[in-house]
Every structure is written in structure tokens, then in C-alpha cells.
Design a protein around this ligand. Structure first.
Ligand code: SAM
Length: 231
């Protein structure tokens, strides 16, 4: 039996590529986006009452990770990318039906638009459903997961003086907490675990409409080198 689902909206996100998106929501509170609802959900009726809710669950499609052949085992980046696990034991993007779920902060509600933060979703992600977070039911005090028992360890983020100035300039142009976004995302150390970067090697990613460049001057430290308007 198969079912057809249609998006209720699409997310306009600060994240323009998969690289450097935190592995789960809430890890970068400055990561913001706007969920634009499509008809018929773009009317006030569909979101009436949602202003009473601080967080929502988003159910969405990993639209840039869809695969024809389902995998039974995956290699989660969280485990260094070299240990495989049953797909249902992980939150990997490559999974049956390609469905993701994230709890995100709901900052503002307008007819047809939800303003969100703490997101871990790519720009353009199709959203299948939105549900209010229900603390008494969704918070499980006794829950455990020994594979992912705590948030990933953070690394130190330093700034080249000029890069910090550039970031502040773009932050006020965009009216976005760009400095915090860069610090929170890079502190997660987005580089693949198998890479040992030399200080000469530069990395880059696009947040909003700016390209952020950085390097690792020494192990365990990132230095932001530039924050430039993308072409
Ligand atoms: N919180 C969700 C979950 O548990 O289902 C997502 C977890 S998944 C490990 C997070 C990663 O998904 C992000 O780091 C990003 O690289 C990737 N991602 C986010 N949106 C995506 C999309 N629309 N298509 C493909 N990959 C996406």
C-alpha cells in the first residue's frame, strides 16, 4: 500500500547547503527561518491558537537526501562516520520515506507564515506537517540513548578582526543574529570526523546570502577568516 503526502509549506532557512547545519535542532538557537504555508493552509484559520505554543514539531522531507533503494544500515556522522548502525537506531537523513522531525522554537505566527529558530533544516525543505510541542507528553524525564547521551562537544571559535567586522555589517543589513549563528554552527565542528585539517586548509559555507570562510589554526580551534557577500 502506498500513500501520497503533499507539503503544507516550505521553509526559507538560513542554511543554503547541507554542510555545517547542526545535527539536531536547538543546537544553534540563532538559526532562523520562515515557514511559508501553501494554500489552503496559508489562511489565518490554519494557525489559529498556535500563538499559545512556544515550540512546534516539524515533520519534513529530507528532499536533498532521497534515495530509490532503502538502506538497512547507515554510518552516522555522530559516530565518526566509520561505524554502521541499523537505520532505525539513528536520525540519519538517508532513511525509508526520507522523513525528518525537529522540535523548533516558534517565535512569531502570522497567517501563512511561521517564524522559527533553533532549526536544523535546509532552505527549501518541504514541510509535511506541524504539531504543537506538548511538554507533559513529549518530555521523557527517564529517557536514555547511550549512543547520543549528550549534545556534541563544542570547539573554540575565534575571529579574525576583519571577519568579525564583516559579520557585524551583514548582520545589521540582514537584521539577523549572524555572529551568533556563525559561532554556534562552527562550534559544532562541521568538518567530517575523518579529516585532520592542516592550518592551510580553508573551509567555507553559505549562511543566508554570505559565504563564511574558516580554518583550523590548531586542533580544536576554528578561526573565522572572512564573511563575504555571496556572488
Ligand atoms: N532533526 C531531524 C531528525 O532527527 O529527523 C534531522 C536530523 S539530521 C541528522 C540533520 C541533518 O540533516 C542536518 O545536519 C543537515 O545536513 C541535513 N538536512 C537538513 N535538511 C535537509 C534536507 N531538506 N535534505 C537533506 N538533508 C537535510
Amino acid at each position: 500500500m502506498s500513500y501520497t503526502v503533499e507539503p503544507v509549506g516550505y521553509l526559507r532557512s538560513c542554511f543554503k547547503e547541507k554542510f555545517a547545519i547542526p545535527r539536531q535542532p536547538q543546537l544553534a538557537p540563532a538559526a532562523r527561518g520562515v515557514l511559508e504555508l501553501v494554500a489552503p493552509f496559508d489562511q489565518g484559520d490554519a494557525v489559529q491558537g498556535l500563538e499559545q505554543v512556544s515550540h512546534v514539531w516539524l515533520l519534513f522531507v529530507f528532499h536533498q537526501a532521497l534515495e530509490a533503494k532503502p538502506r538497512l544500515k547507515v554510518r552516522p556522522p555522530r559516530l565518526g562516520g566509520n561505524r554502521s548502525m541499523g537505520v532505525f537506531a539513528t536520525r540519519a537523513t538517508h532513511r525509508p520515506n526520507g522523513i525528518g522531525q525537529s522540535v523548533v522554537r516558534l517565535d512569531k505566527v502570522e497567517p501563512g507564515r511561521l517564524w522559527l529558530s533553533g532549526i536544523d533544516l535546509l532552505d527549501g525543505t518541504p514541510i509535511l506537517d506541524i504539531k504543537p510541542y506538548v511538554p507533559y507528553a513529549d518530555q521523557v524525564a527517564s529517557a536514555s540513548n547511550t549512543m547520543a547521551s549528550a549534545a556534541p562537544a563544542l570547539i573554540q571559535v575565534q575571529w579574525h578582526a576583519e571577519a568579525l567586522q564583516q559579520a557585524h555589517g551583514h548582520a545589521s543589513r540582514l537584521q539577523e543574529p549572524l555572529v551568533a549563528l556563525i559561532e554556534q554552527c562552527l562550534a559544532q565542528d562541521p568538518r567530517p570526523a575523518y579529516q585532520t585539517p592542516t592550518p592551510e586548509r580553508q573551509y567555507g559555507v553559505r549562511f543566508w546570502d554570505v559565504d563564511v570562510q574558516w580554518h583550523y589554526p590548531e586542533p580544536g580551534t576554528i578561526q573565522v577568516l572572512g564573511v563575504l557577500l555571496a556572488d
